[in-house]
Write a protein that binds this ligand. Structure first.
Ligand code: S3P
Length: 441
């Protein structure tokens, strides 16, 4: 079967209501935390994408069994010392930085040597950002020049650490938090603001945690070695996956979309704040709190007059996975948009800042780059006529999906390669765009 899609038509007007699959960050965290609980956890609406399935395979390899009954994953944990590895094992995290980094935190007390490997893209990413703090706990960790494979051999003599996280990376913060869970004493973390699902989960599971929120940093204290019981959890819809549909609607003609049950945690809704500053008027309704997470329905309407933005870098972390799709909106907005301090974007599944700049230039948009800051010269009349062939983007799922949205809203004849990349985070993406009227083959 061919692994590319052809899109030769813009999408027609639509008015639909859709459900988006479960949040990836929360799905992975729920699996990993269930593996540490005492007793059975029941998790509903897990995202069944490769990253999350790799998390399930990982805990299985570490001796934790699970079964799927209807739409519920039942995971049986044996507490904080419940991993059971008889000999040296290797874990393949596939494409998932979140899994590879967070599992290292949980392996801080591993009795045997565990080697973490990943796919081509993950093998190019930096791991020193987690191995360095984990070493201070006392674990034995080695990497291949800061990259995978990373080998970890836990220690019986763990000590709590004081750690300052300056990248605004929830993966680093969470790896340290999970290590703290298994370490005696109080671990103290000062972390630049980033998504806080791990903190919310800890509170919800009554794991002793204190969080003091200041303007740019959170101060977190975790008391380790406290077991917790199995739990029930229903994963809300993923705002990052929603972002492609939000932009599809905004840039289409006379359309409206309701996205049901989406996680709208403040640390994740940078995309909505940025788009609303650009004149988008996305509404959050039916707001409710579920186990500490805010869940809402989103209502989006097409918008003809989008305006440029001078995007404050304080919003970077809460929109970190959405910049590719945001740049597309900037390309169609009136005026020059500025985005700053986006160095972290080049550390993702592909060098997204470089790829986005090439992409925008290819579709005729002027872009100026200065270090990790960019200016995008928007063109509200942008209407593509040419042939576009998208390939060689390191199979980055978000580059693939952003390209599909460009094809469906800006015109032109597109061939977009590496369709199977969507299995990483959003396997039903093509099915869903077709459901709202996209012609894709
Ligand atoms: C994630 C954190 C972000 C994000 C990634 C998921 C998480 O990465 O880009 O897709 O689940 O913690 P960083 O923490 O490296 O910024």
């Amino acid at each position: 079967m061919t692994n590319k899609v052809n899109i030769y038509n813009k999408i027609n007007s639509f008015n639909k209501k859709i459900y988006i699959s479960g949040d990836k960050s929360i799905s992975i965290r729920s699996v990993l935390l269930a593996s540490q609980a005492i007793g059975e956890s029941r998790i509903y609406n897990i995202l069944e994408s490769e990253d999350v399935l790799n998390a399930l395979k990982t805990i299985k390899k570490l001796g934790i069994n699970y079964k799927k009954i209807k739409n519920c994953y039942r995971i049986k944990g044996y507490g904080l010392n419940g991993f059971n590895t008889k000999k040296k094992i290797s874990i393949n995290a596939g494409n998932s930085g979140t899994l590879a980094r967070l599992i290292l935190g949980l392996l801080i007390n591993s009795k045997n040597e565990v080697t973490i490997v990943g796919d081509k893209s993950l093998s190019k990413r930096d791991f020193s950002r987690v191995t360095e703090p984990l070493k201070i706990f006392g674990a034995n960790i080695s990497s291949n020049k800061k990259k995978l494979p990373v080998k970890i051999f836990g220690s019986k003599f763990l000590r709590p650490i004081k750690y300052t996280e300056t990248l605004g990376s929830a993966q680093c913060k969470s790896a340290v938090m999970l290590a703290a869970l298994k370490t005696p004493g109080i671990t103290k973390i000062k972390a630049k603001k980033s998504r806080n699902h791990t903190e919310i989960f800890f509170k919800n599971l009554k794991i002793p945690i204190k969080v003091l929120s200041k303007k740019d940093y959170d101060y977190i204290e975790i008391t380790g070695e406290n077991n917790f019981k199995g739990f029930d959890y229903t994963v809300p819809g993923d705002i990052s996956s929603s972002s492609f549909f939000i932009v599809l609607t905004l840039l289409s003609q006379k359309s409206q979309l309701t996205l049901k049950n989406i996680n709208t945690n403040n640390s994740r809704i940078g995309i909505i704040k940025i788009l609303n500053k650009m004149n988008a008027n996305i509404k959050l309704t039916n707001k409710k709190k579920y186990k500490g997470e805010l869940i809402s329905d989103l209502i989006v309407k097409s918008k003809r007059e989008l305006k440029s933005i001078n995007c404050p870098s304080s919003l970077n972390s809460s929109a970190i996975d959405e910049f590719l799709i945001l740049f597309l909106v900037a390309a169609k907005a009136r005026g020059v948009s500025t985005f700053r301090d986006l160095g972290e974007l080049n550390k993702k599944e592909s060098p997204r800042l470089d790829i986005a700049i090439n992409f925008l230039r290819k579709i005729g948009i002027r872009v100026i780059r200065f270090k990790n800051n960019i200016k995008i010269y928007g063109n509200p009349k942008l209407n593509l006529k040419g042939e576009y062939d998208m390939k060689n983007f390191r199979k980055d799922h978000r580059v693939f999906m952003m390209s599909c949205i460009a094809a469906l809203t800006l015109g032109g004849n597109w061939k977009i390669h590496d369709k199977d990349s969507i299995n990483t985070s959003f396997p039903t993406f093509i099915e869903l765009i077709k459901k709202i009227g996209a012609r894709v083959n």
